[in-house]
Write a new protein. Structure first.
Length: 190
């Protein structure tokens, strides 16, 4: 039994290495972690209240009108445009409904260009519902297909009602992520 186990371990390591390289070869972009929107990026003026504000526009996409936060976001985009997003705790960060999602539908947008014109590769624009606690899952194919390579990816989670953005994914390279670290399985409860 000990000899079988000893011989099996190197074989499993080789199979695991090959499987992770196959996954990496098909992966266009990985996002681990998320940032909620702050609608205003800066204010100007000498008064106690800013007289001019700069909206937090990301690659041509307008921000939501209120602060949003996100507890967790994992996303992976494949070369063929398939996208899987697992979001947890996307809720309002201010206003009378702070700490809640209030029936929004969301979709994902991947933008690869850093200068205009920007091509928005979107999941279904109808969107998926946010649970009451802000959890959501997108499993779709982006349209149009994103370019490969996508060297400076931005992933935005957007409001299906008005296309404003609620949250952004934090991009990671294959070198930053251990394949076992990705949690794109069933949603767990907090």
């Amino acid at each position: 039994m000990k000899k079988v186990l000893t011989a099996s371990i190197p074989a499993l390591l080789i199979v695991g290495a090959l499987a992770s390289s196959v996954v990496a070869a098909d992966t266009l972009a990985i996002f681990k972690g998320g940032i909620g929107v702050l609608p205003v990026s800066s204010g100007q003026g000498t008064e106690a209240i800013a007289t001019i504000v700069n909206r937090n526009i990301v690659r041509g996409v307008q921000p939501a009108g209120q602060i949003w936060v996100i507890r967790k976001l994992d996303a992976q985009v494949e070369m063929n445009g398939s996208i899987t997003v697992d979001g947890r705790g996307l809720v309002l960060g201010g206003g009378n409904n702070v700490g809640r999602a209030t029936g929004q539908l969301v979709f994902a947008t991947l933008i690869c260009e850093t200068t205009s014109p920007f091509t928005e590769s979107n999941s279904n624009l109808v969107g998926v519902p946010l649970d009451a606690n802000g959890d959501f899952r997108i499993n779709d194919v982006l349209s149009p297909a994103p370019p490969a390579p996508c060297t400076t990816p931005v992933l935005l989670i957007r409001n299906a009602a008005n296309s404003s953005w609620f949250a952004a994914g934090i991009p990671r390279s294959d070198d930053d992520i251990d394949p076992g670290e990705m949690d794109l399985g069933e949603m767990d409860t907090p």
